[in-house]
Design a protein around this ligand. Structure first.
Ligand SMILES: Cc1cc2nc3c(=O)[nH]c(=O)nc-3n(C[C@H](O)[C@H](O)[C@H](O)COP(=O)(O)OP(=O)(O)OC[C@H]3O[C@@H](n4cnc5c(N)ncnc54)[C@H](O)[C@@H]3O)c2cc1C
Length: 418
């Protein structure tokens, strides 16, 4: 057998340079390992899930395992920004609101704690909160201090440049089409243009392509469904722009129940505010229809705005900027972070299925993945009281739909609609 050029041998090869792969590359490189980060498109492209103008931070979750992860991630975001010397996130408070009978909102309130996540509850009707929001009869709201807006493309670039500084090799326009175990060498990763790399360990952070890549390599069907999603920016009526800014204390927000609506303060585009639906419809990431209007979705958000923020936003003519993105949905909306198993055992880790809420936890996911490939276990999980089985592939065995929850789903999947 021909000798393998040492330039092409790495400790860890990471496939997919979105937020998860870029954070993982930085964390593995911090452990003095030789890292290769491969990306199928141009770096910082707009075709996956980690691009655009904003992602929100919130530590309020109906599942008890996410708040400690978001709190831990906040520390890692700060550390990365310090290392880079510039900021990618703007802190705000977070406002969650919804009908008082909504089980997921009740559960999110229960998961707040005076020590780690203090919450202020609003339950009087009707109530004006933070200026713009009008709480309908029968609704409640909670305000928590840990919110914020991340600039996603800038954040991905930050982690890539931090990883580069530590010697990581990054190759874009590198479409991985095979991952094989080679006896006495390790794992071989091949690309469609004939390049071959070897790594002791491999990490798959392929976002909406995770199902396709894992199926191609192992024949195994992971329950990760890509959804085509939309983001809308609306014009703020004259006179209200400044009070809806982060500087004026306007929060990031999430409205529970149906429709599940979320948004950010006016920041990314002067005079505009992002208000969008936590929803989408199944797509093939390689052949999307790029539609900008879901079936009645715009109208549902406009109705929500008129009810919750009456008189503040121009809704009659619809959103003025529309953007597309993709979610990678699991049936229980929880992440997949696990060893691939089978012939790859603990040498290949898959981190996907972030179900439309993973960005804020990217730095922690990167750290957990680094611990998995280097140590074979997630030390950080034990420290923050996290049982990694909630993210394990074992929860889907025997046709199971994953982690059981006593509240309804958060993301609406509009099967067959567009
Ligand atoms: C509209 C929208 C709003 C969101 N809002 C929030 C929010 O407010 N807060 C929050 O926390 N999260 C939010 N999310 C979710 C968050 O953005 C995602 O969870 C996160 O970006 C997923 O990152 P990723 O690295 O897994 O996927 P991606 O960013 O898609 O990265 C995967 C990469 O792998 C590459 N790849 C795939 N296959 C191959 C291959 N064969 N070879 C080489 N490369 C390959 C892809 O090209 C891609 O670049 C939102 C998502 C969307 C779409």
């Amino acid at each position: 057998m021909a000798e393998i050029p040492t330039n092409d041998i790495f400790d860890v090869i990471i496939i997919g340079a979105g937020i998860m792969g870029s954070c993982a590359a930085y964390e593995v490189a911090k452990l003095n390992k030789k890292v290769l980060l491969l990306e199928q498109f141009d770096l910082l492209h707009f075709l996956g899930s980690s691009h655009g103008e904003s992602r929100t931070i919130r530590a309020t979750y109906p599942e008890p395992y996410y708040p400690p992860m978001v709190i831990e991630s906040a520390v890692l975001w700060e550390a990365a920004q310090s290392a880079a010397g510039y900021r990618v996130l703007t802190p705000t408070t977070q406002l969650d609101l919804g009908p008082s009978h909504c089980l997921s909102l009740q559960s999110a309130i229960r998961n707040c704690s005076p020590d780690s996540l203090p919450a202020t509850i609003y339950d009087s009707n009707p109530t004006e909160i933070t200026g713009a929001f009008h709480l309908p009869d029968g609704w409640i709201a909670l305000s928590t201090p840990l919110g914020g807006i991340i600039k996603p493309t800038k954040a991905v670039a930050m982690f890539q440049s931090l990883a580069l500084r530590l010697g990581t090799v990054i190759r874009d326009r590198a479409v991985v089409d095979a991952i094989d175990r080679i006896a006495d060498v390790g794992i071989r990763v091949s690309t469609t243009d004939g390049r071959i790399f070897h790594g002791a360990k491999v990490v798959v952070t392929a976002g909406a392509w995770t199902h396709k890549l894992v199926k191609m390599v192992t024949g195994r069907d992971l329950p990760i469904q890509p959804l085509h999603t939309l983001i809308w920016y609306w014009k703020i009526k004259d006179g209200f722009e400044s009070e809806m800014s982060p500087a004026a204390g306007f929060p990031t927000f999430a409205s529970y129940g149906l429709p599940y609506v979320y948004g950010t303060p006016a920041m990314e585009f002067p005079g505009l505010i992002k208000v969008a639906l936590h929803a989408g419809w199944p797509c093939d990431p390689d052949s999307r229809d790029w539609t900008m209007d879901g079936d009645g979705m715009v109208g549902r958000v406009a109705e929500w705005i008129e009810r919750l923020m009456p008189g503040r936003i121009e809704t009659a003519s619809g959103p003025v900027i529309k953007q597309t993105c993709m979610y990678s949905m699991t049936p229980d909306e929880d992440f997949v972070i696990d060893f691939l198993g089978g012939e790859f055992g603990k040498d290949v880790v898959v981190a996907g299925g972030f179900s439309g809420h993973g960005f804020k936890m990217g730095p922690l996911v990167g750290k957990m993945v680094a611990e998995m490939v280097i140590d074979g276990e997630v030390r950080t999980a034990a420290r923050i009281g996290l049982d990694m089985r909630v993210f394990g592939l074992g929860r889907f065995e025997g046709g199971k739909q994953g982690n059981a929850k006593d509240f309804g789903e958060q993301v609406e999947s509009h099967v067959g609609q567009s």
